[in-house]
Design a protein around this ligand. Structure first.
Ligand SMILES: Nc1ncnc2c1ncn2[C@@H]1O[C@H](COP(=O)(O)OP(=O)(O)OP(=O)(O)O)[C@@H](O)[C@H]1O
Ligand SMILES: O=P(O)(O)OC[C@H]1O[C@](O)(CO)[C@@H](O)[C@@H]1O
Ligand SMILES: [Mg+2]
Length: 327
C-alpha cells in the first residue's frame, strides 16, 4: 500500500464514550482543511469487514459536537480477531480507495489496528476514546471526564437519600479493569471507602473502615466500588457486610451504562477536538502505528507497542487523599 495519504477512513470501536462525536467532527474538518478525503467506517471493524462506508464532509458532521454516543456507531467484532476477517476488511478498504486509518476506541481497538498495521502496513493512528481512562501514554482519554461527572452527580443524589434514612450504600461504577472513575468520583462524592481493582484492599480492611463508622455512630456511609473490584462487586460486598452485622441498613446502586451516555463536558469536547486534528496532522506528517495522547496539556504521539506494554496506573497521591478524607 502506498504511503501517500489521500483518503482517510475513520471509525469508532469498543464501548462508546461521550466526546467521540467531537473527535469525528475534528478529524473530518481537519481533512477538509488539509484537502484530504475522509470516509466514515460504520460500526467499527464490523463495518470495515462488510464495506459499510459513508462519505464524510464538513457539513455532515455539523451539530454533533455536543451529542453523546457515536454517529458512526460502534461494535465489538469477533470476526476481525481472525486473519480471514482482517483480510476481508483489507479488500473492502482497497476497493474503496481508503489508504490510511484513524481509530477512536480503547485498548482492544488499538490491539486490532496494531495487528492490521503489522500485517498490511496501512498507515494508522489511534485516538483514545474510552470512559475507563485505562490507557498509558495519555493523561486523559475522551469520555472519562464526562463519565466521572455523571457518577459524581449520581453519588450526590444517593447521598441525600442515604443521609435521610441513615443507610449504607454500595455504589458500583464502571471500570472492568480500571479504578479511575471510582477513585475520582469517590473523592469528589465524599465516599467513606473506595474499592478499585488496582489496590489490594481486603474485605477485612473495608469492614474495619465501616466498623469505625459504627464506633463513631456513623450509620450513613457511601462506598464506591469499581466494577472490576477484586474483592467482589457491590452486591457481593453488601451481602458480606449484612452477613457480618445487622447494624447497617444496606442498599446497592449499580450505575451501569448511564455513565457512558450524555453530552460531553467542555473538557472532553476540547480534548477530542485537539486529538482529532492531531491524528490527521500526524498521518499527513508520516506518523503511523502510534496513539495520540495528551501529557501535561501537550499533544504527544506514542508507539502502540509501548502503550500496550504499560497500564495507566492510578497515582499514589489519589489513593492517599481518598484515605485521609474518609476518616
Ligand atoms: N487481539 C485482537 N486482535 C484483533 N482484533 C482485536 C483484538 N482485540 C480487540 N480487537 C478488536 O477491537 C474491538 C474492540 O475491542 P474491545 O471490545 O476490547 O474494546 P476497547 O477498544 O478496548 O474499548 P473499551 O474497553 O473502552 O470498551 C474488538 O471487538 C475486536 O474486533
Ligand atoms: O457495554 P459493554 O459491552 O457491556 O461493556 C462494558 C464495559 O465497557 C466499559 O464501559 C468501557 O467502555 C467498561 O467500563 C465496562 O466494563
Ligand atoms: Mg478496553
Amino acid at each position: 500500500m502506498s504511503n501517500k495519504i489521500s483518503k482517510i477512513g475513520v471509525f469508532t470501536s469498543g464501548g462508546d464514550a461521550p466526546g467521540m462525536n467531537a473527535a469525528i467532527r475534528a478529524v473530518v474538518r481537519a481533512c477538509t482543511y488539509y484537502k484530504t478525503e475522509c470516509v466514515g467506517i460504520m460500526r467499527g471493524y464490523e463495518g470495515m469487514i462488510e464495506g459499510d462506508f459513508e462519505q464524510l464532509d464538513a457539513r455532515w458532521v455539523g451539530n454533533i459536537l455536543q451529542r453523546g454516543g457515536t454517529v458512526l456507531k460502534s461494535a465489538r467484532s469477533k470476526e476481525f480477531r481472525t486473519p480471514e476477517g482482517r483480510l476481508k476488511a483489507l479488500g473492502k478498504l482497497r476497493s474503496e480507495g481508503i489508504d490510511s486509518l484513524i481509530a477512536i476506541g480503547g485498548d482492544g481497538t488499538f490491539t486490532g489496528l496494531h495487528k492490521f498495521h503489522q500485517e498490511f502496513g496501512i498507515p494508522s493512528i489511534c485516538i483514545p476514546g474510552t470512559i475507563d481512562n485505562d490507557l498509558s501514554g495519555t493523561d486523559y482519554t475522551i469520555g472519562y471526564d464526562t463519565a466521572t461527572n455523571t457518577a459524581v452527580e449520581a453519588i450526590d443524589k444517593i447521598r441525600d437519600t442515604a443521609l435521610s434514612h441513615n443507610r449504607l450504600f454500595f455504589i458500583e461504577v464502571m471500570g472492568r479493569h480500571s479504578g479511575y472513575i471510582a477513585i475520582n468520583s469517590g473523592i469528589a462524592g465524599g465516599a467513606a471507602a473506595i474499592v478499585i481493582p488496582e489496590e489490594t484492599m481486603s474485605f477485612e480492611e473495608l469492614y474495619k473502615i465501616l466498623g469505625e463508622g459504627e464506633e463513631t455512630s456513623k450509620k450513613s456511609n457511601l462506598v464506591v466500588v469499581a466494577e472490576g473490584s477484586k474483592i467482589g462487586d457491590a452486591h457481593t460486598l453488601a451481602k458480606k457486610v449484612a452477613e457480618r452485622s445487622s447494624y447497617f441498613d444496606i442498599k446497592v446502586t449499580v450505575l451501569g451504562h448511564l455513565q457512558r451516555g450524555g453530552a460531553p463536558t467542555y473538557f472532553d469536547r476540547v480534548l477530542a477536538s485537539r486529538m482529532g486534528i492531531a491524528a490527521v496532522e500526524g498521518l499527513l506528517n508520516g506518523k503511523s502505528d502510534v496513539m495520540v495522547g495528551i501529557k501535561d496539556n501537550k499533544i504527544v504521539y506514542n508507539n502502540f507497542d509501548i502503550i500496550m506494554q504499560n497500564h495507566h496506573e492510578i497515582d499514589e497521591e489519589s489513593m492517599r487523599i481518598a484515605k485521609i478524607l474518609s476518616i
